[in-house]
Design a protein around this ligand. Structure first.
Ligand SMILES: Nc1ncnc2c1ncn2[C@@H]1O[C@H](COP(=O)(O)OP(=O)(O)OP(=O)(O)O)[C@@H](O)[C@H]1O
Ligand SMILES: [Mg+2]
Length: 400
């Protein structure tokens, strides 16, 4: 094991639980034992050294100082578990660095939504539960605890799987949602979860405040972010299934260079996760995304950013009001013959909602050629937007 190992990951993924288990498993390797130091409730960095001293059992130490704490640790074989460090990541990292440098037999196991950023830190991201079987098992165990008559069967199985998927297999989210089964049916819970802007609030008074609701868990992470990172989190939450740096730049009207630092900051804080692909793709958990969408709506930019996202997908006018769309499709349709065979093929793809890029990929032509074709098609049909092609196709398809 590296001398400092940090378990990272989004709120409620199970970092603390795993750290406690790991500490129990390796406790025998430390002659002077394991000390668990809970930092989640410490808000003042100035108190950090006092909390550490108390956690190390150095209560009688007069005038606690870093030097005195280090003096007590020197020569000792101790595993220090620093739990829930994210809001104090920097001072914690500095303290940990000083302790490790002066006390060679000490090891540190930290849990933090944000990496500590110290030299020699080994970062281990904690993964959510696989939906099948682990997340389903946790959900059914927790529901059974509040409703002894609860059983999994053909009637509710699909909804339970969908709930676990929607919660991305995050144990805290699953435990919070399990408390709802007392009052709501699985389908009703699912519908509530599907409404991105209505976040659930569980009833869990025994948990730390940041873990009582999904919103509180996300809010704790939001507090870790700089104003620019918060604004970016909110804007990026319009992406449903991850995004590339290029797509992020288009939707946020920024340059890729400007975004890189902020995206790195959001990855460091477990708001974004990098997918393993050749071209970096970034993913956001659904509950994190839902919180971002709330913030975007509060900021008043929701429609603007959604529109930019639809533009990117080539659906610029898909959200046009119904009356406008009806009007667009009620005109007598131009005959399909005005288009060449190739253009008809492209119109078909357009009608299926394909973006210019997707059309290019599907027909193995360059994106620029696809864009030219699309422009020509709209011009020939006398249309001003792609959504008109959908209605046109529906009305002329019989003759295709
Ligand atoms: N693998 C698991 N199986 C069952 N329950 C789990 C598992 N992992 C975590 N839990 C439960 O989920 C809840 C959240 O876990 P934990 O507190 O470890 O998350 P965390 O990542 O430390 O969250 P935070 O970032 O808020 O500190 C706890 O009630 C924990 O018992
Ligand atoms: Mg924790």
């Amino acid at each position: 094991m590296s001398r400092v190992l940090t378990l990272t990951g989004p709120g409620g993924v199970g970092k603390t639980r795993l750290a406690h288990k790991a500490a129990r498993d390796i406790a025998s390797e430390f002659a002077d034992g394991v000390r668990v130091i809970e930092l989640g409730t410490v808000s003042d960095p100035g108190l950090l050294i006092h909390v550490m001293a108390a956690g190390l059992g150095l209560r009688d130490l007069p005038d606690v100082s870093l030097d005195k704490v280090i003096g007590q640790l020197r020569g000792k074989s101790i595993l220090m578990v620093l739990d829930n460090c994210e809001h104090l990541a920097k001072p914690c990292g500095m303290l940990a660095g000083d302790i490790l440098a002066a006390a060679p037999l000490v090891r540190i196991l930290a849990t933090s939504r944000q990496v500590l950023g110290i030299e020699g830190e080994y970062v281990l991201p904690v993964a959510p539960l696989a939906v099948l079987p682990d997340a389903i098992k946790l959900l059914t165990d927790r529901v059974a605890a509040v409703d002894p008559e609860f059983e999994v069967g053909p009637d509710n199985r699909d909804a339970l799987v969908a709930i676990c998927r929607r919660l991305d297999g995050i144990p805290l989210a699953i435990e919070l949602v399990a408390t709802w089964f007392r009052v709501l049916a699985p389908e009703e819970i699912l519908r509530r979860l599907d409404d991105q802007l209505r976040l659930p609030s569980g009833h869990s008074p025994t948990r730390p405040a940041r873990q009582r609701t999904l919103a509180a868990s996300a809010s704790w992470s939001y507090e870790l972010c700089s104003p620019a990172e918060r604004a970016l989190w909110a804007r990026l939450s319009v992406f449903h299934e991850g995004f590339t740096l290029e797509a992020a730049a288009q939707v946020t009207l920024s340059t890729q260079d400007d975004l890189l630092d902020l995206i790195a900051g959001l990855v460091d804080k477990s708001i974004l996760r990098r997918d393993d692909e050749n071209v970096a793709r970034y993913l956001m958990l659904e509950t994190v995304r839902a919180y971002g969408l709330c913030k975007l709506a509060e900021s008043g930019y929701l429609e603007q950013v959604r529109r930019a996202h639809q533009d990117l997908l080539g659906l610029a006018d898909a959200s046009a009001p119904d009356s406008e769309q009806d009007q667009l499709t009620s005109q007598s349709p131009p005959a399909a013959e005005v288009l060449t065979k190739r253009e008809l093929e492209i119109a078909d793809l357009l009608a299926d909602g394909a973006s210019n890029k997707e059309i290019a990929a599907s027909l193995v032509i360059s994106p620029r050629t696809a864009t030219t074709h699309v422009r020509n098609i709209l011009q020939k049909l006398g249309f001003t937007s792609r959504v008109q092609v959908v209605g046109w196709r529906a009305r002329t398809s019989e003759s295709w």
